[in-house]
Design a protein around this ligand. Structure first.
Ligand SMILES: Nc1ncnc2c1ncn2[C@@H]1O[C@H](COP(=O)(O)OP(=O)(O)OP(=O)(O)O)[C@@H](O)[C@H]1O
Ligand SMILES: [Mg+2]
Length: 371
């Protein structure tokens, strides 16, 4: 039987419309933006990649977030993997089949196999390798490549990110007949800033799109599945929608809350959220526990949406810490610690934010500072 985790919304029409935009503008990447956990990666994986394959493109996915230190290597690695998938058949029979036979003995079975297929080595300089890989891959696949770069704003934080952006742009332009691309990012502002700090080589070059959050279809699936487990009960769509908006249109998070309610057989969304928050609070408090009260106060200021280095915020922090004056450098050091604990997030020179709206709510509650 299906579980809550099996519920999927497919978005073939959205994928098609993105591919049409890509077709209409050779060499111009699409950059789709949505906040964290809204479903960007899921869409690339479940909708865009299969639609691209049907559209005679070879989709290649690279996650830049997981390889922050060297995003260009991450892209090259993804292309190399794709090339291997085409060139190195998995079975031994396949490998032999690709190796030309040079000499066949007349008597007996003296079969001499030739060298394994070899080509000139790829350039080692990563910028040149990117270009060479694209050409080889498209030719091996006999179709254009669709390069999907997830969390592209990472380039803004990476050392040498500027030159990666420049290299990407050059290759996207030069190889526009065989290379298409889609970027995702968690912050449109972050990307705009990243591109302008990088001497704007891609600003106005990529087409920026707001990636639409999943709508009622997903809420309906959740409600229907809930009723299939609890035949006499139902979840009000209105209430689900209200909660969905409150948590920032994050389907995975909504699913977790509904799962918790289903386990209890509860149908009152407000009670469900309260219970979810109680469990979460235990986890959050454990995360906050290693912080001293100064760092915790800085975190609360960020959750309140105040600029942490602003004069008034510094005064407010000082007021909460008798005897300890908050200075810009002390608050900066605190923010670094919060970033290391993954309690806050910062995108390419952007403001520091608490990503999770429920955690932000928890932090804004008066007892957080008191505890
Ligand atoms: N179309 C969908 N159908 C069902 N569930 C979905 C769908 N899209 C997203 N989800 C749910 O939302 C979760 C988060 O999605 P995903 O990881 O794609 O978000 P994201 O925007 O890439 O997040 P991040 O910014 O953290 O990378 C998924 O694990 C899944 O549970
Ligand atoms: Mg993602």
């Amino acid at each position: 039987m299906a579980t809550f985790d099996d519920l999927q919304v497919r978005r073939p029409e959205l994928a098609k419309s993105y591919l049409a935009l890509i077709d209409a503008q050779p060499g111009r990447p699409l950059a789709m933006f949505a906040p964290r956990r809204v479903g960007k990666t899921y869409f690339l994986d479940h909708d865009l990649a299969p639609a691209a394959a049907k559209h005679h493109l070879l989709p290649v996915y690279a996650d830049l977030w997981n390889y922050k230190a060297n995003p260009l290597e991450a892209i090259n690695h993804a292309l190399e993997e794709a090339l291997d998938d085409i060139n190195v058949p998995k079975s031994r029979a396949g490998r032999l089949g690709k190796t030309p036979i040079r000499k066949i003995g007349l008597i007996g079975a003296s079969v001499d196999l030739g060298d394994a297929p070899a080509r000139r080595a790829l350039p080692t300089a990563p910028q040149l390798r990117l270009d060479a890989l694209v050409v080889r891959l498209a030719s091996a696949a006999q179709k254009p490549v669709l390069l999907m770069l997830d969390e592209v704003q990472t380039l803004g934080d990476a050392e040498g990110g500027d030159s990666t952006i420049a290299a990407l742009r050059a290759v996207l332009h030069k190889r526009r007949d065989i290379l298409k691309s889609v970027f995702t990012g968690s912050s449109q502002e972050g990307l705009a800033r990243m591109l302008s700090t990088a001497g704007a080589p891609m600003y106005q070059f990529a087409q920026l799109l707001d990636f639409p959050a999943l709508g009622d279809e997903y809420l309906e699936l959740l409600a229907r599945h809930f009723s299939s487990i609890h035949p006499a009960k139902s979840l009000a769509l209105e209430d689900l929608r209200r909660l969905y908006v409150r948590i920032g249109h994050k389907p995975g998070l909504l699913k977790d809350i509904v799962k918790g309610m289903s386990a209890e057989g509860a149908t009152d969304i407000d009670v469900g959220v309260k219970q979810f928050l109680t469990t979460q609070a235990t986890i959050w408090n454990a995360l906050l526990q290693p912080l001293d009260s100064f760092d915790r106060t800085v975190l609360v200021m960020i959750a309140r949406g105040l600029p942490p280095l602003g004069r008034e915020t510094l005064d407010a922090i000082t007021a909460l810490h008798a005897g300890k004056t908050a200075t810009v450098s002390k608050v900066r050091a605190a923010i670094d610690r919060l970033l290391r604990h993954n309690l806050v997030n910062k995108v390419a020179n952007g403001p520091v934010v608490v990503d999770d709206p429920l955690l932000a709510e928890h932090l804004r509650a008066p007892q957080t500072l008191a505890s």
